[in-house]
Each structure stands twice: as C-alpha cells, then as structure tokens.
Design a protein around this ligand. Structure first.
Ligand SMILES: C[S@@+](CC[C@H](N)C(=O)[O-])C[C@H]1O[C@@H](n2cnc3c(N)ncnc32)[C@H](O)[C@@H]1O
Length: 259
C-alpha cells in the first residue's frame, strides 16, 4: 500500500483546507450506517478543484466512521487529474469525469461542492437526474456551496426520489446574522430568494428568530443558535435533531422551501 502524504504537505493552490469540514461532518453523521452496510462503498467527490486536498480530507473523515469506504475524485479538467494522481492511495483515486460519473458503479454518495453554481439554473434538474441514474438505491447527491473559508455552507440532499432537504451550516463564533448564508445557497435556490418565494420566507423567519434570541446571546452564540432552532421548529419542518444544533446546523424539509 502506498504511503499517504500528510494533508498539510499537499500543494493547496487557492483551496483552503478544511473548507468543506461542515458538509463532511454531516455526511459522516448521516451516512455512516449506510456506508458501513454496503460492501466497499464508494463516494464520488465531483469537481474537487485545483487541489485534491478536500477529497483527501473527505476520505480521512469518512474512514473514521466507515473504514472500507473508497473515495474517487472526478474532475472535468484533465490537468487537475494529472496533478492529483500522485496523492492516490488504495482508498483514494482521481479520474477524469463529469456528471455521467465516469461510468462508476453505484456510488453511494456524490459530493458536488461549489460546482453547480458555475452552471445555469435551468441545467440543475437535468444534472441531478443524470447523476442520480448512477447512484446506489440508498444513496444521495450532496449539491452544496460554501464561502472561501467554509464558515457559511448550505447544501441539498438529493436521492433517487428527488431533493429531500436543505441544510444550513454556520460557524457560530462571530456570526452576525444567519441570513448571510443566503448568498451561498445552491443554484437551485439562490435566484428564488425573493419576496413571495418559500426560501425567502424561511430566511426572513430565520433572521427574526435569531434577532429575538439576542438576549440568550449573553450565554454565547451556541445558546443563541439553539434558541433560534427551537423557534424555527415551531414553524418549519426542521429535520435536524437537537444534538446537531450545537454545530450551527439546521436541516429543513425541501418541500417547505422549494421554489
Ligand atoms: C470551484 S471548484 C470547487 C472545488 C472544490 N469542490 C471545493 O468546493 O473547494 C469547481 C471545480 O468543478 C470542476 N467542474 C466543473 N464542471 C464539472 C463537471 N461537469 N464535472 C466535473 N468537474 C467539474 C471545475 O473544473 C472546478 O475544478
């Protein structure tokens, strides 16, 4: 087995390491059992970018909860594949490929982060359909976006049955207003953040809840977020359990916020 290079030594280009830690934490929590139940489960990291660091980080995190999971980074940019090849191990490989998922057999998960935002909204549904054709029956596509440092992230979970949920995940320390994450919504929602649309109402309500929980802020941002989540649970189909609140996470049923 080839020795794995420490992640800190990898040339990063402009990719901030740990940028995708929020979604990786959620994947490890939500899909650990599913990944363990499948023999040599596969995760595809679609569009890993200039540096393979986020793919290697995903593999490292997943190995902690589902040790036999393989991760394949796919890139449309051939040069990026060539330069990532030297970081391959038995469990992590890099290949050229796109939404057809390079003909890979039933990946359990596809993480496509900061990829679909480069496309037109009218293409999104077709892309989801194309990728979901190849998915494992219990699997999902995670289509998300985040800021440069990974402090604000949002993602959609899409199964073969269609979109299921939107997750908002925020670094609570220093957070002034959760509405800031609306600028990082996935392509399928970002253009709908306007009056009259459900996602806009969701964010307005999230902002109101955060403001009305300001008093709790004296006990810290985490307590304030917890109080915000409790208010949102009264009015929205929040799917995330309370033990995810402390991470600055909130998952809402897609059907409540879909355009
Ligand atoms: C902004 S980077 C995202 C990198 C990384 N996923 C992250 O979030 O830090 C987007 C990458 O997606 C790749 N890409 C765009 N369209 C793609 C497609 N159809 N299939 C595979 N990769 C694609 C681009 O080449 C680029 O490297």
């Amino acid at each position: 087995m080839r020795q794995q290079k420490p992640l800190g030594l990898i040339t990063r280009g402009t990719t901030n390491p740990n940028r995708l830690r929020r979604v990786d934490s959620w994947i490890a929590w939500k899909y650990a059992n599913g990944l363990r139940a499948v023999e040599s489960a596969l995760i595809v990291d679609l569009g890993y970018g200039e540096s393979p660091v986020t793919t290697l980080e995903l593999a490292q995190r997943i190995r902690e909860v589902a040790p036999t999971t393989r991760v394949i980074g796919l890139e449309i940019d051939r040069e990026r594949v060539t330069s990532a090849k030297r970081f391959e191990t038995e469990q992590v490989q890099f290949r050229e490929g796109g939404f057809e998922l390079a003909g890979l057999e039933q990946p359990f998960l596809v993480r496509a982060f900061n990829v679909l935002r480069q496309y037109h909204e009218s293409e999104v549904q077709g892309v989801w359909l194309e990728m979901s054709k190849h998915l494992h029956p219990e699997g999902a596509i995670i289509d998300g976006t985040c800021d440069e440092l990974g402090r604000l992230a949002t993602w959609l979970e899409i199964t073969k049955a269609g979109p299921q949920s939107l997750t908002v995940s925020l670094r609570l320390s220093g957070l002034s207003d959760p509405i800031e994450s609306a600028e990082r919504l996935p392509k399928a929602l970002i253009h709908h953040n306007a009056p009259g649309e459900a996602i806009h109402e969701f964010y307005q309500d999230l902002q109101r809840a955060w403001q009305s929980a300001a008093g709790v802020g004296v006990f810290g941002a985490r307590q304030r977020w917890r109080a915000t989540c409790e208010q949102m649970r009264e009015r929205w189909p929040i799917l995330s359990p309370r033990n995810r609140d402390r991470l600055g996470e909130m998952t809402v049923d897609w059907h409540a916020i879909s355009p």
